[in-house]
Design a protein around this ligand. Structure first.
Ligand SMILES: [Zn+2]
Length: 569
């Protein structure tokens, strides 16, 4: 049961309309959506970009008249968390934040639930004080119950196999545990790598791989066989690369879609699982790091019934996630949305998704051609890689469809040059593309160990290496010199495994096709010139957006320069 579902219509109206957060009309529309009925109004406000998670939390806690807590900013100790059994915590959306001599502080998404309070007080035999945390935030922190993966895996291995069982149930439990614990931690990939005596389990979190556990080599073959069975791959194939899909359900009911890839290495097979969780869908454009002004530019383009919206950047920059977030905003019952993707990364409810299949000849171009014949309102093309796809996509955008797609270019302005190179006529291009978003992902400073620093040796050296950014940085900080200028970094702690970073956020540039840009595209101007026009007309480049985020403590200067600037240099 979602917190906002326990509140009356009138209460929600007080919280969100009377406070001026949304208009009555927006409130009524959002309240009526299927999403609001299933996930609660506060979740919809976030996913559609009306409010940030934090703003929702502040409004709710203000209404409840209890303190607001952002769990990620708290140093919550696992030994406090486990005071309450995990199953109870999950069922009632509560988490113990701290234990004091006279009371226990508990984060809850329903802090006025008196029955819940009295049962907790009976359980702890002391006073319970509630603080409000959003349900989403709570769910993100149940990982604090997690055990060390290696301890869990070793305990499964220590069990003796049941002699009568055909399959060793330990193999099944090992795979379940590896996936469950990875999902709980929010990892993106799980690697199972054969080494001499062990199969090493590694988790990729925030872009980096960590070793988490080792399983004796004797289990290698049985684990690979089990993975193949789960994904319906040929179990007797050991020499070829194979790709499959696994649908996994966690013990607490989350569905995890997994893309499995098995690769033969010189001796044994290696497996990589990519976790495509529903979490990816929940990201709204603002949560991804888009500034409100840029969000508005994209929202305007999304309201047009036809034309093209492009997301650009290198592989792994998050551009597909951005398109998914846009589709979430666009996804209403009265419109038909069809996608062609390679691969389908997240299953979106209410949207027709087609998977490219080179083997059967279903290419982007072919798929797109048949989609257009079915007359959808909105089309998402996973990527424009060739001139045939480019030309069909442009035509669809011209003939009354809103087309969303991605291009592999470094910045927004280069998207036009790339499409011209693919043989698109300048006048077609300039009249169909409405907005181009370019992006990168930077690591976020760990909120548990963040500290601010004045410009020291390291920062000054960075500026010496890239003198061009100094004026930009000073302008953003509204300072005359770097003296006294503060930036942020993470000291390193247990939460971030000593790296000082936790999570990632996008840095964006949003180029709106104005009359002057249109003119420049028509006359085949160089990308640099197009970019200059856009900046003159108010576009923040990715660098500017990144520096602003560094000044706000969302990321570090080093990270921005690493991710955005090294390609410019
Ligand atoms: Zn930290």
């Amino acid at each position: 049961m979602n917190a906002s579902m326990t509140l009356t219509y009138q209460a929600l109206q007080e919280i969100f309309v009377d406070s001026g957060a949304v208009s009555q009309e927006q409130f009524n529309t959002l309240q009526a959506t299927k999403e609001a009925k299933e996930l609660g109004l506060e979740r919809v406000l976030v996913s559609r970009g009306f409010l940030s998670e934090k703003e929702v939390g502040q409004l709710m806690s203000f209404w409840y008249r209890v303190p607001f807590v952002e769990l990620s900013k708290k140093d919550i100790r696992p030994q406090d968390v486990v005071l309450l059994p995990e199953a109870f915590a999950r069922a009632h959306h509560v988490l113990v934040i701290s234990q004091q001599p006279e009371r226990v502080i508990v984060a809850s998404s329903t802090p006025k639930d008196t029955v819940l309070r009295s049962s907790l007080e009976k359980y702890f035999r002391t006073e319970v004080q509630f603080q409000y945390a959003t349900e989403h935030d709570l769910r993100q922190h149940f990982f604090l119950y997690q055990e060390d993966p290696d301890i869990r895996i070793q305990s499964i291995l220590k069990r003796s196999p049941v002699p009568q069982e055909q399959t060793d149930t330990r193999v099944i439990d090992l795979i379940d545990a590896i996936i469950d614990m990875g999902y709980q931690r929010g990892v993106s990939d799980i690697h199972l790598e054969p080494e001499e005596a062990y199969l090493v389990i590694r988790y990729r979190q925030d872009g980096l791989l960590h070793d988490v556990a080792r399983i004796p080599e004797a289990f290698h073959e049985r684990i690979m066989a089990r993975l193949k069975v789960l994904s319906r791959l040929a179990t007797d194939e050991h020499r070829k690369a194979q790709d499959g899909k696994i649908s996994h359900k966690t013990p607490w009911g989350s569905d995890v879609e997994i893309r499995l890839s098995i690769l033969p290495t010189t001796q044994k097979e290696k497996a990589v699982m990519r976790l495509l969780s529903e979490q990816a869908q929940a990201y709204s454009l603002v949560e991804l790091g888009l500034q409100t002004g840029d969000y508005q530019k994209i929202a305007d383009a999304m309201e047009k019934p036809w034309g093209m919206i492009l997301a650009t950047g290198p592989t792994g920059c998050g551009k597909t996630t951005t398109l998914y977030a846009m589709l979430q905003v666009l996804n209403r019952r009265e419109v038909n949305i069809t996608t062609i993707e390679d691969p389908v990364e997240v299953d979106l409810e209410g949207i027709n998704q087609i998977q490219v299949d080179e083997k059967t000849g279903l290419t982007f171009a072919k798929g797109l051609r048949s989609i257009v014949r079915q007359d959808p309102d909105i089309i998402m093309v996973g990527e424009i890689r060739d001139s045939e796809t480019a030309s069909i996509a442009i035509n669809a955008a011209m003939t009354g469809h809103l087309v969303l797609s991605t291009l592999h270019t470094n910045d927004a302005a280069t998207a036009f040059v790339r499409l011209l190179d693919m043989g698109i006529e300048p006048f077609l291009l300039s009249s169909t593309v409405n907005v181009v978003v370019a992006q990168r992902l930077v690591r976020k400073v760990c909120m548990n160990c963040i500290e601010s620093v004045t410009f020291n040796g390291t920062q000054k050296k960075l500026l010496e290496k890239t003198p061009q950014i100094q004026p930009l940085l000073l302008r953003l900080a509204q300072k005359a010199t770097v003296r006294g200028l503060r930036v942020f970094h993470g000291k390193g702690c247990k939460v971030c495994h000593g790296s000082g970073y936790k999570g990632r956020i996008g840095v964006f540039e949003t180029l709106v096709v104005t009359d002057e840009i249109r003119e420049a595209v028509m006359t085949k101007k160089h990308a640099d010139e197009i970019e200059q026009i856009a900046i003159r007309e108010g576009m923040d480049s990715m660098l500017t957006d990144g520096l602003r985020k560094a000044l706000l403590g969302q990321t570090t200067l080093e990270e921005v320069l690493r991710v955005v600037y090294e390609e410019v240099l």
